[in-house]
Design a protein around this ligand. Structure first.
Ligand SMILES: NC(=O)c1ccc[n+]([C@@H]2O[C@H](COP(=O)([O-])OP(=O)(O)OC[C@H]3O[C@@H](n4cnc5c(N)ncnc54)[C@H](OP(=O)(O)O)[C@@H]3O)[C@@H](O)[C@H]2O)c1
Length: 315
């Protein structure tokens, strides 16, 4: 759809988008099932990378032509994106735009789940559900990069297991196993000398959530990130009591809006880890912007491993 070029307001910029990150929540937004329902017509897309094309009044820390990663509520599937200047993060020299876009929502979410909500400490054991997905594979990589003792990856199927191993997972747990409620905690205990998982990162929900809750160690923490399985689980409070367990929710966009300086620091840390070769997004598919429907269909049908990127222009 053709729209007039956006104009930046005070404190805003316009970015010529080069690459946009495709994320599961984009689907929820267009289906009207997300917390925020944009007014029609709108473009979906929560993260992108591109070059500053226009500066609004009062913006001093960015310059025309500068390469930035951008985080927004929606609008990144577009040639031009209007965004608050505080949501633009200067990219390191030479970083490819698709990699910068892919270090967007999924990695920020993984970081805040691990560090901010769960209070991750080096030496802990982390179980990541949906470990072949965007948030999941980012969580596996970050947990390893930040010094986890061991990372257990919950996935379905051998192809997904292989991706989780490449992300750095030490052990694979089959989420398609029958009687997951018992099978998952048994396997976690067997792999951790009876200790259990100190932290569970859960972007999946459904029966995997209930099973993972039973796999936590004493004083374990579980972070609710999403419900990719399509089912919102009910937490049994008795499990929390008997093992001093804590369950946290994460809504990353609240950090973007309420604590932009913190988000900016984390983005620079993600860029540093990337430059050091410690995190590397799994970009498994690149499509032109015009094929965004195909990208979203593949996401809806569960045919996506790692990360899809929409290419909007060449540099
Ligand atoms: N809280 C936040 O701030 C925040 C931020 C970003 C994303 N999210 C949410 O996090 C979730 C994941 O997002 P994403 O971008 O990582 O999605 P994604 O790339 O599509 O990954 C979803 C993962 O979930 C797995 N999965 C789906 N259904 C499953 C089931 N029934 N049992 C076991 N595994 C299952 C998939 O594995 P298969 O290949 O086996 O299907 C895949 O590994 C979404 O619900 C999204 O809305 C939340």
């Amino acid at each position: 759809m053709e729209m007039p070029d956006p104009e930046p307001g005070p404190g805003e910029v316009v970015v010529d988008v080069v690459a946009a990150e495709v994320n599961y929540p984009d689907l929820l937004v267009i289906e009207g099932r997300y917390q925020v329902r944009p007014p029609l017509p709108f473009s979906p897309g929560k993260a992108a990378a591109g070059r500053i094309a226009a500066l609004g009044p009062g913006v001093r820390h960015l310059s025309l032509g500068q390469a930035v990663a951008v985080q927004v509520e929606y609008g990144a599937y577009a040639e031009k994106l209007r965004a608050p200047a505080s949501a633009c993060f200067p990219m390191p020299e030479g970083m490819p735009f698709d990699e910068a876009a892919a270090l967007g929502l999924a990695y920020q979410t993984a970081w805040f789940a691990l560090k901010e909500r769960a209070g991750f400490r080096p030496g802990e054991i982390v179980l990541v559900l949906g470990a072949s997905g965007g948030v999941g594979s980012a969580s596996v990589q970050l947990a390893k990069a930040l010094g986890a003792k061991s990372v257990l990856a919950g996935v379905r199927g051998e192809a997904n297991a292989e991706l989780a191993r490449r992300a750095g997972a030490d052990h694979i747990i089959d989420l398609a196993e029958a009687n997951l409620r018992d099978a998952l905690p048994q396997r976690v205990r067997a792999l951790t000398e009876g200790h259990g998982a100190d932290i569970v990162i859960d972007p999946v929900g459904g029966e995997a959530n209930a099973a993972a809750l039973r796999a936590l160690a004493w004083c374990g923490r579980l972070v609710i990130v999403g419900f990719a399985a399509g089912e919102i689980p009910t937490i049994r409070a008795n499990y929390l009591l008997v093992k001093n367990i804590a369950v946290f929710g994460l809504q990353w966009s609240d950090y973007r809006d309420r604590a932009p300086e913190h988000v900016a620091q984390v983005q620079q840390e993600l860029f540093r880890l990337h430059a050091a070769g410690r995190v590397r997004p799994f970009i498994t598919r690149r499509l032109p912007l015009a094929d965004f429907q195909e990208a979203l269909r593949a996401l809806r049908d569960g045919h996506v491993q790692g990360k899809m990127i929409l290419t909007v222009r060449q540099r």
